[in-house]
Design a binder for this molecule. Structure first.
Ligand code: CS2
Ligand code: MG
Length: 408
């Protein structure tokens, strides 16, 4: 069996999805997602210029060897661009394998450990009352878990993932007015003064059962993060996400000495080496890698298995930047993984997105139900894809009030 061709598409409804389609000499095909938020054309170029020409003629069933060939063969290893490109290939090869076996992918991993996967939604508010209203909307829809982000009084620009107007949503932070980012202002002191009481007020309003998550988006120093984690303990969070800059794996030691708040980190990681220390030293409780950014299912599974040895559960990244192909790969891992924790999932399944990526995966009352179709269980409609093209966009950047650049 041989790979005969592979095509790369960039575009989608309000997003720049990077979709890879690998064709075989037996008429079948597999799909992969290489979307790297706000840098989408780069994994697409890596695929088109270097990886696809090498893929032609390879046996698509040898997904492990193909992964090693690209990873080791590049010599200059890792990094988000390369790993997203390898990730798309790996997903597509698993998709082909599942279709050959005529089984949904989770069966090839070891079957189901659960019927569906708990997901969390994003509640956002310009102020606490606005946030409470947003949480209520999700609780009423049956969600058991909600990430809460709130505007900070006195902070111009308000804070990470906060909407501009009351009642508005801010799920997707990319601004498509061009590649020059808008500037948001950050003030750790004001944030640390306000947020612990706000989280406690949410706990009191919604009672003991709601799973409350909060994302610091890498903005505190290790000492500040330790103090913050201690201060939010009474709110009994499900997790505190990215309290410190993710590249410093040692930064969480101080937090661990001062607090038992569950910690989640990893959405910016590209490999097992980025989280090895965090997992082996048991400095985290949830690993948040995305299947796309860590080189696909082959490498993500290795991370999940290392995590399982150290009581670390999964909480895969599910920002709307990932296409339904990545979300499908994660859905299969979620129903299999013995150490599944939760899945981030933003309901952005607009009609256009469903038309571009038809599937039987379904979300119901805060739970994701995996499709029983062979392979990944998601398709790609090329005639729909013709409607879209790359749109330049950017994240905002963060600066302190005096102008100093900070972590977005
Ligand atoms: C966020 C992301 O989902 C999350 O937890 O931290 O939305 C992140 O800001 C984006 O993926 C950046 O592209
Ligand atoms: Mg996050």
């Amino acid at each position: 069996m041989k790979i005969t061709d592979a095509k790369v598409f960039v575009g989608g409804p309000g997003k720049n999805y990077v979709t890879l389609k690998i064709m075989t000499d037996q008429g079948g095909y597999g799909l992969g997602d290489a979307t790297l938020n706000n840098r989408e054309t780069l994994p697409a170029a890596y695929l088109r210029d270097y990886l696809v020409p090498n893929l032609i003629g390879m046996d698509p069933r040898n997904s492990e060897d193909i992964w090693q060939f690209f990873y080791r063969g590049a010599y200059f290893r890792r990094g988000p661009i390369a790993m997203a490109a390898f990730g798309a290939i790996d997903m597509a090869l698993w998709d082909i394998k599942g279709k050959l076996a005529n089984m949904p992918l989770y069966q090839l991993f070891g079957g189901k450990s659960r019927d569906s996967a708990m997901v969390y939604a994003h509640a956002t508010g310009t102020d606490l009352e606005d946030l409470m209203a947003s949480i209520t909307r999700y609780v009423d829809q049956g969600y058991e878990a909600v990430r809460v982000q709130c505007g900070i009084p006195g902070m111009p620009g308000s804070g990470y993932a906060v909407p501009e107007e009351k009642g508005a949503k801010r799920d997707y932070i990319t601004d498509f007015s061009g590649v020059r980012p808008k500037v948001e202002i950050w003030d750790s002191e004001r944030y640390m003064r306000f947020m612990p009481d706000a989280l406690m007020a949410i706990r009191e309003r919604f009672g003991p059962d709601l799973k409350i998550l909060h994302d610091v988006h890498h903005r505190l120093t290790p000492r500040e993060a330790a103090a913050f984690a201690k201060a939010v303990e009474p709110a009994r969070l499900f997790w505190l996400e990215d309290p410190t800059p993710a590249e410093d794996q040692g930064a969480l030691r101080l937090l661990r000495q001062h607090s038992t708040v569950p910690v989640a980190i990893g959405e910016v990681f590209n490999s097992i080496w980025d989280c090895q220390k965090l997992i082996e030293e048991e400095l985290i409780d949830f690993i948040r890698v995305a299947v796309t950014y860590v080189g696909g299912i082959t490498h993500a599974k290795r991370i999940v298995e290392l995590a399982a040895l150290h009581h670390v559960r999964t909480g895969f990244h599910g920002a709307p930047s990932h296409s339904p192909i990545c979300m499908a790969a994660q859905a299969h891992l979620n129903v299999w993984a013995p150490n599944f924790g939760i899945q981030e999932y933003l309901v952005l399944g607009t009609d256009e997105c469903d038309a571009l990526f038809p599937s039987d995966h379904r979300m119901e009352r805060g739970r994701f139900h995996v499709s029983e179709a062979p392979g990944l269980g998601v398709d790609f409609d090329e005639s729909q894809a013709e409607r879209y093209s790359f749109q330049p966009g950017s994240h905002p950047v963060a600066r302190l009030e005096d102008g100093t650049m900070w972590n977005y």
